[in-house]
Each structure stands twice: as C-alpha cells, then as structure tokens.
Unconditional design. Structure first.
Length: 88
C-alpha cells in the first residue's frame, strides 16, 4: 500500500536502494509501539518517471497486524515523527 499519510512511526537512516522500478533514496519506517520495520519512505527517485513516489510511504501488508484481540488489555503510545511535526 502506498500512502501520503502514515502515523505512529519513526524513520530510519537514508540509503540508496535498487528497487524493481529503479534506484531510489529510501528510509525504513518503524512502528512506534513495537519498533519493527513496517515499510519504507521514498525520499527521492533517480529516474524522472518515478518522481511521483517522492515523499510517499509503502506499508508492507505482511508486517502490519490485520486484527487485534480486544479480550486482553493493551496500551498504545503514539509518538511524533519529523514528518508528523512538519504537517502540524
């Protein structure tokens, strides 16, 4: 899933990554609650036809919980990332 808005995450170091669509500068994004990688953010695309991805997030469906068991108590803390603060 590609999105312009993602909340409750922290962002990792920028790195060059060769994807199927070409070379991109990306940063992994991590869940604020569990610290696991949930996807990545496109910082820049090196090919003109891929520029539309810049600033967008990719969330990997397999890394995100689809259902929660509400029969047990849990606590979720939110955190503000650099991107959240820029949009405020």
């Amino acid at each position: 899933m590609i999105s312009s808005l993602v909340v409750n995450f922290t962002i990792g170091e920028l790195e060059e990554r060769l994807m199927l669509s070409g070379l991109h500068t990306v940063a992994d994004i991590f869940c604020c609650c569990c610290g696991q990688i949930v996807g990545w953010k496109y910082e820049s695309a090196h090919e003109r036809n891929q520029k539309y991805k810049e600033g967008k997030f990719v969330l990997e469906r397999g890394r995100i919980v689809d259902e929660m068991d509400f029969s047990t108590e849990f606590r979720i803390e939110s955190c503000v990332s650099m991107s959240d603060a820029e949009n405020a």
